[in-house]
Design a protein around this ligand. Structure first.
Ligand code: COA
Length: 375
């Protein structure tokens, strides 16, 4: 009988499971493109809302389209009372990813996608309202306040920070959020996107697809890695302490969260971008520990294991310097990746066949069912 661990197709690694026109990972340019545009150029030149539009419609918006799109998104930030009621019942110690999962599912009850022709509206609604869902719950359960989620901030990133801190963010923080949301928007057939596509392939509704994807993203081997990376670096007092800690963890064969990648083998193109912002934020914040600790972790992991930081590692310190609580890190990923997930749902629907792979059977040979008294 085959040992599951040695099956060549374990984790579907290296297997093509479908087609996409949305994204390439580990191929051309710096290694990541959205609809043909290189991630480093997008991160440098555009707003996250332009990337969201690109993924939804296949092309970057012109000035008028962008203006209209952003105005629509701004108008969709409000929460229905029934959703607020649900959010107010979720305890403060719930994981915010569970809150988003419930929020998305509840939205699907209140404002269902009645036909696939409704998809674009449902997508814009989720993109606009997820930060409101998250922060309404967070501020109510942690600070006892019912915030106004209909702020006038120009961008989704600024809207998020404004609701969190009760004041409009600085230019620097808005820019970092913008870049971060661009970096997380899309990543081909990763686990959560594949979840969304599997669900879409049954011709299910878009809220079910996104709810399932949130569940997949929650795990520490996927989106949860940025929170786990923060817990790791927070416990390190200095660069030398980081070195000692990592050497011990590697000797024990522990997984170091925020390092390695299933597709990239030498570097993650998103890391360079967020690392630069983390350095800038560290200077602004007056940090003399977390950034240096992170850099030493990067050096040790490359020297010892030839493993490199993925997008999550320097995101941890960057978010921390902006005063974002660690448990909100992975939900920010949702606020961004909802663009990629929903673009994949539309793509799957446009050329659908139900996703139904086969398995190598490793169970017992056929056998008769014994009577209850004989078991
Ligand atoms: N820390 C320590 N060792 C690691 C590691 C890490 N972060 N990532 C990979 N390795 C080890 C593996 O255990 C494996 O060792 P082995 O051959 O002795 O079993 C070897 O490196 C090769 O692993 P690889 O096949 O490249 O990884 P994968 O494709 O199975 O898994 C990840 C990819 C991302 C799940 C894995 O790197 C990981 O768990 N990273 C930490 C979680 C994380 O940051 N996730 C976010 C991804 S964006």
């Amino acid at each position: 009988m085959a040992d599951a661990k040695v099956l060549s197709g374990a984790g579907l690694r290296g297997q093509v499971a479908g087609q996409t026109a949305l994204c390439t990972v580990g191929k051309s340019g710096t290694g990541l493109t959205y609809c043909g545009y290189d991630i480093s150029e997008l991160a440098d030149k555009v707003q996250f809302e332009e990337v969201a539009y690109l993924l939804a419609h296949g092309e970057l918006p012109n000035q008028a389209q962008l203006q209209a799109y952003k105005a629509r998104l701004k108008g969709l930030r409000g929460l229905p009372q029934a959703l607020k009621d649900v959010l107010e019942r979720i305890p403060a110690d719930a994981h915010p990813m569970d809150v988003l999962r419930t929020g998305c599912s509840m939205l699907g009850n209140l404002e269902p996608e009645r036909s696939f022709a409704d998809a674009d509206h449902a997508i814009e609604r989720m993109l606009a309202v997820f930060p409101s869902v998250l922060l309404y719950w967070y501020r109510f359960s942690h600070d006892g306040v019912r915030i106004n989620t209909e702020t006038n901030d120009d961008s989704i990133g600024a809207h998020f920070l404004h609701m969190l801190h009760d004041q409009a963010p600085s230019q620097l923080h808005s820019e970092v959020m913008n870049t971060s949301l661009i970096l997380y928007a899309e990543h081909e057939f990763n686990a959560s996107t594949f979840t969304a596509r599997v669900c879409a392939s049954t011709l299910s509704d878009i809220h079910s697809c996104v709810t399932g994807a949130i569940g997949s993203l929650r795990g520490p081997l996927h989106g949860g890695a940025n929170e786990a990376a923060m817990e790791l670096i927070e416990a390190m007092q200095s660069a030398d302490h980081a070195e000692q800690t990592l050497m011990g963890m590697l000797a024990r064969k522990d997984k170091i969260m925020g390092f390695g990648h299933a597709i990239y083998k030498e570097f993650d193109p998103r890391n360079d971008v967020i690392k630069k912002w983390s350095k800038k934020l560290a200077e602004e914040y007056g940090d003399s520990r977390l950034y240096d600790v992170s850099v030493r972790c990067e050096e040790v992991m490359w020297r010892e294991k030839k493993l490199f930081p993925n997008a999550d590692f320097f995101h941890a310190s960057a978010y921390h310097f902006m005063g974002i609580p660690t448990k909100l890190f992975t939900p920010i990923f949702v606020m961004s990746r909802v663009t990629g997930w929903t673009a994949h749902v539309k793509e799957q629907r446009a050329n659908n066949r139900i996703i139904r792979p086969s398995a190598d059977y490793t169970g017992p040979e056929p056998r008769p069912v014994p009577a209850l008294s004989e078991r």
